[in-house]
Design a protein around this ligand. Structure first.
Ligand code: B4P
Length: 187
């Protein structure tokens, strides 16, 4: 099963993805985590990505797509995976479709986590990651509205979008995510 997790910064994609992959027994592919690991390693990719991430901007598509296409050829991903934080613009969504079509593995579902900006800002300020400053958070929310929200329409047109309320405790949100996946697998 191939699932995309989408939602604004701080919606809880990473938090819920960890629970879902454990339950579904599929690998977890978080572009945010891969990029942070590249920065930590001091690789060329990490050096190129860092200024974009620090400024709350999306990292250029070419860098992100290299990361993803390399991993999709890993046999561990042949049965599926959960894409967390990818795709983040319509261009990335089109390219993901091409990568999966090429492997005869269409995307099964897209799960959207919905949370209001005020709550997102509150959660991110409490976390204190380097890109969680007030100015950077505001920029990330703008980038989400302008570049990532159109991805929701892209998947809605394909009939693959399932939206859930991301408010409440992580346990409550997980129960909603499980229900959305259950509806897909029983249909
Ligand atoms: P990501 O790593 O994807 O991070 P995120 O969107 O900020 O957070 P997420 O939604 O996963 O929140 P989390 O569960 O951690 O991206 C970081 C940056 O990488 C981007 O800004 C961009 O520059 C770059 N990037 C990544 N992918 C890219 C791509 N495809 N293309 C281009 N650039 C890309 O939760 C946040 C906090 O809320 C945590 O502290 C958590 O404990 C808390 N929380 C979670 N659920 C909660 C709940 N129900 N109630 C209360 N608190 C909760």
């Amino acid at each position: 099963m191939f699932i995309v997790f989408i939602g604004p910064p701080g919606a809880g994609k990473g938090t819920q993805a960890e629970r879902l992959v454990e339950q579904l027994k599929i690998p977890h592919l978080s572009t945010g985590e891969l990029l942070r690991a590249a920065i930590e390693d001091g690789s060329d990719l990490g050096r190129q990505a860092q200024s974009f991430m620090d400024g709350g901007q999306l990292v250029p598509d070419s860098l992100v797509l290299n990361l993803i296409s390399e991993r999709l050829d890993n046999p561990e991903l042949s049965a599926g995976c959960l894409f967390d934080g990818f795709p983040r613009n319509v261009q990335q969504a089109g390219l993901l479709d091409q990568l999966l079509d090429h492997r005869n593995r269409p995307l099964d579902m897209v799960l959207e986590l919905q949370v209001e900006d005020e709550e997102l800002t509150r959660r991110l300020l409490a976390r204190q990651r380097p890109d969680d400053t007030p100015d950077t958070i505001a920029e990330r929310l703008r980038v989400y509205a302008n570049q990532t929200a159109p991805v929701l329409e892209y998947y809605a047109r394909q009939g693959k979008l399932s939206s859930i309320d991301g408010n409440g405790s992580p346990e409550d949100v997980f129960a909603r995510a499980q229900e959305a996946v259950r509806q897909l697998t029983s249909s």
